[in-house]
Design a protein around this ligand. Structure first.
Ligand code: SDX
Length: 427
């Protein structure tokens, strides 16, 4: 059968085959193909969604060619420099920076909901001690849907806001408990005299037997990490949350699905994979071999922390994290040879035709592991830290989706399987 083509021409002329072009406030316009199947019995084929806008959103804008990332219009560099994670969470969830009174109310709400129900802590005992923290978080956050199901009406805006606040507020204790359980340490509780990042660090590394003074430089570095990882438009885990939410599923169950998707090494799991890769490289002398492997089509090895579906220029977050890594290492008087390997790897790769041609740059995960390791986080907690931060973005998209009514997300397919056939000897 001869190949047929749709010759799409963008013009102001309208006819019975026309499809409207929708303009956003920033970024590429979109051809509205919602009626394509009904009118022409044609589907659009876009595995991986490279050219698909799955929804309208006003939360985050990314310009991958210019290395621009805006949260509700504010540049990520300015927020990382001058804001705090809790203020950014408010901005993402409600659309504007909070007034002092709104911020005070939000702080109070976070402080009222940052404790876990004591029975939730018993769930951790069902896991092996060596369970990966992300496996634990998928399970425990999913289990929270059992605690907040019948008491919540997601059709009610106040109930939705409370669910979103509960999730942002509880994530630090949920994540810290997945670590302290693995090392057999009793779980400390949040203390509302601390800010969000400080509370997380004291729950992670403090013990009940003595006061634990959190280093303010480390607390600030963690707050910046949280800001940088809070949202990133329709990435895989956020799209997972939105898809689950479109069926009306419990928000805790939707966030558990997002955690599961984030865990993958192609996504949020890359920060842990980067550190393992740098440790395997071991010294700058081994970098050329690694670059060759990354370029070898017959080798499944990829340079972890490099490349991005959207950023075809630098990832603005990577630069801020590299700066924080250097600052924290200097503050601690530590010297991490892996930072030198990472910087040398970046320098060599960015001069190599393979990476230049494919526009592969370090992404948010390339330096974050070095910074988290300098702060004392074990490698298997890196993605859990990412999940704590991204919960702010996930709940913001969950809230945004509740306001629109395009119904359940139900993609179609290009069927390439067997045509009709009958069971042998059937009646
Ligand atoms: C995050 O989407 C988001 O916004 C994600 C995120 C967020 O904040 O939510 O930014 C967080 O997930 C960052 C990405 C972390 N993942 C990694 O660092 C894993 C390593 N990176 C790759 O797996 C890859 O770059 C992806 C998954 C990030 C992007 O993959 P794409 O867009 O599907 O790119 P591709 O596979 O089509 O690659 C294009 C070419 C291919 O070569 P050719 O077939 O054209 O010859 O580039 C090559 C790829 O082989 N390539 C790499 C590479 N990444 C792409 N080659 C070596 N090393 C790499 N890392």
């Amino acid at each position: 059968m001869a190949t047929k083509y749709v010759n799409a021409v963008i013009s102001e002329e309208q006819n019975e085959n026309s499809l409207p072009v929708l303009d956003g406030t920033l970024g590429p316009s979109a051809v509205d193909i919602q009626t394509l199947y009904a009118r022409h019995s044609l589907l659009a084929f876009d595995p991986g969604f490279r050219s698909t806008a799955a929804c309208k959103s006003a939360i985050t804008f990314v310009d991958g060619d210019k290395g621009i990332l805006l949260y509700r219009g504010y540049p990520i560099e300015e927020l990382a420099e001058s804001s705090s994670f809790v203020e950014v969470a408010y901005l993402l969830m409600f659309g504007d920076l909070p007034t002092p009174a709104q911020r005070q109310q939000f702080d109070l709400a976070i402080g009222n909901h940052n404790l876990l129900h004591e029975q939730v802590l018993s769930f951790y005992r069902g896991f092996r001690r060596d369970a990966h923290p992300m496996a634990v978080m998928v399970g425990v956050v999913g289990a929270l849907s059992a605690f907040y199901h019948d008491v919540m009406n997601i059709r009610d805006a106040n109930d939705r806001q409370l669910a979103a606040i509960r999730l942002v507020a509880k994530m630090p204790m949920l994540a810290a408990a997945s670590y302290t359980y693995s090392v057999g340490r009793p779980q400390r509780y949040p203390n509302n005299k601390h800010d969000y990042a400080t509370n997380f660090l004291q729950m992670m590394f403090g013990t009940p037997v003595q006061e634990f003074a959190v280093d303010p430089v480390l607390a600030r570095a963690l707050d910046v990490i949280f800001i940088l990882h809070a949202d990133h438009e329709q990435n895989a885990s956020t799209s997972t949350v939105r898809l689950a939410a479109s069926s009306g599923a419990n928000p805790f169950a939707c966030i558990a699905a997002g955690i599961a998707s984030l865990w993958g090494p192609a996504h949020g799991g890359a920060n842990e994979a980067v550190l393992k890769m740098l440790m395997e490289i071991g010294s700058v002398e081994n970098i050329p071999k690694v670059i060759d492997r990354a370029k070898d089509k017959n080798d499944s090895f990829r340079l972890m922390g490099f490349g991005h579906r959207i950023y075809k220029n630098f990832d603005p977050r990577s630069r801020v994290i590299q700066g924080q890594a250097k600052k924290v290492l200097a503050h601690l008087g530590k010297d991490d040879p892996l930072l030198e390997i990472a910087m040398r790897l970046e320098e060599i790769a960015l001069k190599d035709e393979y990476f230049i041609e494919r526009k592969l740059y370090p992404n948010v995960d390339f330096y974050s592991g070095i910074l988290l390791r300098a702060m004392g986080f074990p490698m298997n907690m890196f993605t859990a830290v990412f999940a704590v931060a991204r919960t702010a973005g996930w709940v913001s998209h969950w809230l945004e989706l509740q306001e629109e009514s395009h119904g359940i997300d139900r993609p179609r397919q290009l069927y390439v399987g067997k045509t009709l056939r009958h069971y042998p000897g059937g009646k």
